[in-house]
Design a protein. Structure first.
Length: 265
């Protein structure tokens, strides 16, 4: 089996594909997400998602065979609280993820109740609308240590050789007070340029060093007052190993840049 790439996707704001008037703003993102399966060497056996919407005191893996939905957003139309994406889980993959983390000296808990938040069902739903690819979730660690998240990615990297697609789902800009403000445009593009420079480095050690030191980037704390939506990129980059990254596309929504990246062929 050919080694799978890893992705980091900017998943956008809330359940946007399900809202008339909003989904049109994300037309580029919708199109690009739907084309991501064509970038894979084969259909994945399962998908491991690291979403910016789940953090825990220690890294935690979802173990449900039938994950529920998580509607962790507010102020959206009533029908968006009834969205269903009935993809199966994969307790077997969850056990493998936990085993690899523990073998690497990383504590890993498990959660039998965790379900799909919009950082999962939006991008994966556009990739696989039939909900027929198993999905396992891996949380962030709430200490927000960037180097530790890269280490987690390195620990799970061998799963890429088992037809497992690893997706980090967040945003390259995530400042709730900055969306839709004119002054946020330059901030978001400057910070994304730093990220693109980092992930494009041919030397993975330099790439990881730049990602760990993300606060030195232009306007870093304006782009990410909290790094919950940035840390999934660290896991995807760690799982990339020696593979370079490249920018897949940038969408411009709510006056900011939202970029997505691929590592590996």
């Amino acid at each position: 089996m050919t080694r799978f790439p890893t992705f980091f996707v900017s998943h956008g704001g809330g359940p946007w594909p399900f809202i008339d008037g909003t989904k049109e703003q994300y037309a580029k993102t919708a199109r690009e997400f739907s084309l991501l399966p064509q970038r894979l060497p084969a259909r994945p056996e399962a998908i491991l998602v690291i979403t910016g919407h789940w953090e825990a005191p220690d890294f935690t893996v979802s173990t449900s065979a039938h994950p529920p939905m998580v509607y962790d957003y507010f102020g959206f139309p009533e029908h968006t609280y009834h969205i269903q994406y009935p993809a199966p889980g994969s307790p077997g993959l969850a056990a493998k993820v936990k085993g690899r983390l523990v073998s690497a000296g990383i504590k890993c808990d498990q959660d039998a109740d965790r379900g799909f938040d919009h950082g999962t069902f939006v991008p994966v739903g556009l990739m696989y609308p039939d909900a027929d690819v198993p999905i396992v979730l891996l949380s962030l660690k709430s200490s927000y240590d960037a180097a530790e998240h890269i280490k987690v990615g390195q620990a799970i990297a061998p799963l890429r050789d088992e037809a497992i697609l690893i997706i980090g789902s967040g945003l390259t800009y995530h400042n709730m007070r900055g969306f839709r403000r004119d002054e946020s445009t330059a901030v978001s593009y400057a910070f994304e340029a730093y990220l693109n420079d980092a992930i494009s480095q041919p030397d993975p050690r330099l790439r990881n060093e730049m990602l760990v030191n993300w606060r030195s980037a232009p306007d870093a704390l304006l782009a990410h007052p909290r790094e919950d939506h940035l840390l999934p990129l660290m896991v995807a980059a760690g799982a990339a190993g020696d593979d370079m990254g490249h920018r897949l596309f940038v969408d411009h929504v709510m006056n900011v840049a939202m970029a997505s990246y691929q590592f590996g062929a």
